[in-house]
Design a protein around this ligand. Sequence first.
Ligand SMILES: [Zn+2]
Length: 507
Amino acid sequence: MSAAEPRIAILGMHQETNRFVKITGEADFRAACYFEGEAILAEARRPAPAMPAEIPAFLEAMDRTGPWQPVPILLTSTEPGGPVEQGFFDACIGKMQASLKAAGPLDGVYISNHGAMATTGSHDPDGDIYAMTRALVGSGIPIVATLDLHANISQRMVASVDAIIAYRTNPHIDQRERAVEAAALLRRLMAGERLAKAFIRLPIIPPPLKLVTASGLYGELIAEGERAIGPDIALVSVVGGFFRGDLPKAGLAIIAYGRGRHPDELAQRLAARAWAERERFAQSLTPLDTAIAMAVANGESATGPTILLADVADNPGSGGPGNTTDILEGLIRAKAERVLMGNFVDAAVAAQCHKRGVGARFDAAFNTANADRFARHLKLRLEVLALSEGPVIGRRGIAEGRTVNLGPSAAILGGGLTMVVVSRRIQCADPIYFETFGLKIAEFRTLVVKSLAHFRAGFDEFVTPENIHEVDAGGMTTPVQSRYKYKYLPRPIYPLDLDMVWTPPTI
Ligand SMILES: [Zn+2]
């Protein structure tokens, strides 16, 4: 039985881990989103909160659907990056545990995580948070969790909470809808309803480009699951996963909830289809030289559509440093014209631009602090076009309506290109990152974005899908799975082991 004014704890820790890039620490979380207790509610009620979109949407949905009392615990989030430093994770889960204990009797819990986190000491920190919460509140209190569809799902995660709800869109535009769904489900569970669950993880790591949901097998699996929702199926998530975490729990996962054996039957049906049609996950990228030639040709022609080159191998949204130079060097060498590029991460160059001011011309050295084989030193004579301190409100796509901080940043002209240089690793998924400098995107013939898929929901005003080219450049987020050296990924797995045999489970 639920209380007249049910008390619902709210907590979350969002991070997506790329095992192959440098460790993520406390400062990374604090610079992006870190709130404890009542501060969560205060930030969520601001016009453009600097936090995952689920939280404000969940609060509003609970407000709309009846009396309740929020019990805010801890919420933190940061950009994708390397494994989270264990000490900071321990501090967070320790504070969550202490606050949940101190909160007294609860009627429900909402956990908003990303779901693809790894720490330097745990392969399943999302499961650690779920299991800690369950152990504390006991078996009778409903716990509902939302996740990104790039989550890696463990059996322990599924076992520890009453329901997991994953995003259904990529680019992600349904975070609010999923949070509203979580609120509604929590109300049903608090009223006494219980759901049977089914969980199947397949030995498939789909290429990230094939997890875009507008077309292709992945979107069809999600749609097939959605069509099954009704009296027998309450909820189904098809979770694509994030293979760069190099985790034992990697793999496309299906989680279904409902009555009796229906969730099992649905999960098995979707798993069998995904396995049978797995070759549809094959990806193809545009070779670097081809992409550069396209940009040159487009710059020389006054007519025809704008093209977009996606630097998918250096996507800060997958943990990339945002400073690789394959495409940049190629465009400069080939003297490509009317090219707009962002967001290039180089805090030292951004700081120099701020020091010298708008209109200044000077010789800048890129990647002085952190050059590597993908991000080479580069000297460039540049002109400072415009400056920003960094905070912007997302206009379109994944960051819409939220405050994002680029850090001190500048628009520059150099090597014949117009480029945005930023201090913080933010993937270029929203036109606002150019517009905030007064740049007119429509005046350029070629756009280059360091982003993998989310730019599609931001730049659809300027470029059509057939004019988007995912470039096969070098970088720590390349979608080509065979280029990584894995330690923990379960083998055999598709598509690394093409001759493997697997049989979907049956009742
Ligand atoms: Zn995602």
